[in-house]
Design a protein around this ligand. Structure first.
Ligand code: SF4
Ligand code: SF4
Length: 144
């Protein structure tokens, strides 16, 4: 029997989508190209970039974290290419716990505020989630 998941992506503003280097493989690019109805070379140029010798997803600025993956909707705090997301997003986190979610839950309990986002670079004290998105399928929210 599978170990129950100990985190809830619908209560998190998508920290893992703000990782600076989110790797993409040729297969991921082909999937994203099909999803968008464009050629692989076009998808590679538009959605990815080389950073420190790694092919990674492009980012855009964010109001909670410094920036997020270009496919992250910053108001709903959800992935806009969930069906076509890269493999690394499908397997994260690898176990039943997410370290960031444990941290978030602890800090929110300390603050008595269940929308508090600690460590946001946008404010000195932190930020609040932009909007509740109960259906948000985060990277760790693997389909049944
Ligand atoms: S896996 Fe879910 S809980 Fe963990 S950082 Fe990503 S969105 Fe947040
Ligand atoms: S889950 Fe979606 S939004 Fe998040 S890093 Fe992956 S592709 Fe980007």
């Amino acid at each position: 029997m599978a170990t129950p998941r100990r985190y809830d992506c619908t209560k998190c503003p998508g920290y893992c989508c703000s990782y600076e280097l989110i790797d993409v493989t040729d297969r991921d690019i082909a999937r994203l190209a099909r999803h968008h109805g464009v050629g692989r070379a076009d998808a590679k140029r538009r959605f990815t970039k080389l950073d420190s010798g790694r092919r990674v997803l492009r980012h855009h600025l964010d109001h909670v974290y410094r920036s997020t993956c270009v496919f992250f909707d910053q108001e709903s705090r959800r992935c806009t290419v969930y069906e076509a997301r890269p493999q690394v997003c499908r397997t994260f986190p690898s176990g039943p716990r997410c370290g960031y979610f444990d941290f978030l839950r602890f800090e929110r309990a300390q603050q008595g505020d269940d929308e508090f986002v600690p460590g946001s670079p946008r404010t000195a004290r932190g930020a609040r989630m932009a909007k509740r998105a109960p259906q948000r399928p985060g990277p760790g929210a693997q389909e049944a």
